[in-house]
Design a protein around this ligand. Structure first.
Ligand code: AMP
Length: 187
């Protein structure tokens, strides 16, 4: 089993592209945001603990996610591959993922960095806020905080994988189909 990491700021298109890529190459799409939203819906301990962080646009603490990620990796072992969307988002999470992939004999194939300029992220965020029922898509301040948190805590993860020669930068501007084709050509 191998992993493609879809990496980028909030509103960069990770979810949309993850779904398209999953259909095209037959890898399972795993969004940690989706997993947390589903845990919340089912009132699990993890879901309840995560809710307040999500509502405020903050990251859920690393240690709360480790068990969930390991379980998901184990579940996916018989899959052809996994598209990981929204994890890792901090350097300690990147360390955890590298440790877990080594432990379970899984290869990180590539990190696809969706590159979208700040103004476009804001435009897409405003657009999504109008149609979304997510608790963290309602308040423009929370949406801005999510972008700030990306710059402070998540962006360094891109460099972490650049050093390991795994990162490919993808121009994330344009029609959904155009971006999807760029991703496909890069893997
Ligand atoms: P997303 O659907 O990827 O935008 O994630 C929504 C929210 O879930 C984020 O703003 C975080 O609060 C939380 N979340 C998702 N993935 C992670 C992660 N890897 N680490 C910490 N928090 C996360």
């Amino acid at each position: 089993m191998e992993i493609l990491i879809l990496f980028g700021a909030p509103f960069s298109g990770k979810g949309t592209q993850g779904e398209i890529l999953s259909k095209r190459i037959g890898f399972k799409h795993l969004s940690t945001g989706d997993v947390l939203r589903s845990e919340r819906k089912n009132h699990t301990e993890l879901g309840l603990k995560a809710e307040e962080y999500i509502r405020q646009g903050q990251l859920v603490p690393d240690e709360l996610l480790e068990e969930m990620i390991e379980n998901e990796l184990i579940k996916c072992k018989s899959e052809k591959g996994l598209i990981l969307d929204g994890y890792p988002r901090t350097i300690p999470q990147a360390d955890t993922l590298c440790r877990l992939t080594e432990k379970h004999g899984i290869r990180i194939k590539r990190v696809l960095l969706l590159d979208v300029p700040h103004e476009t992220l804001i435009e897409r965020g405003v657009h999504r806020g109008k149609n979304s029922d997510r608790i963290d898509d309602k308040d423009p301040n929370v949406m801005n905080r999510r972008i700030e948190v990306y710059h402070q805590e998540t962006k360094p993860v891109g460099d972490y994988f650049i050093v390991r020669n795994l990162t490919v930068r993808i121009n994330g501007i344009g029609e959904i189909e155009e971006v999807a084709n760029r991703i496909l050509n890069s893997i």
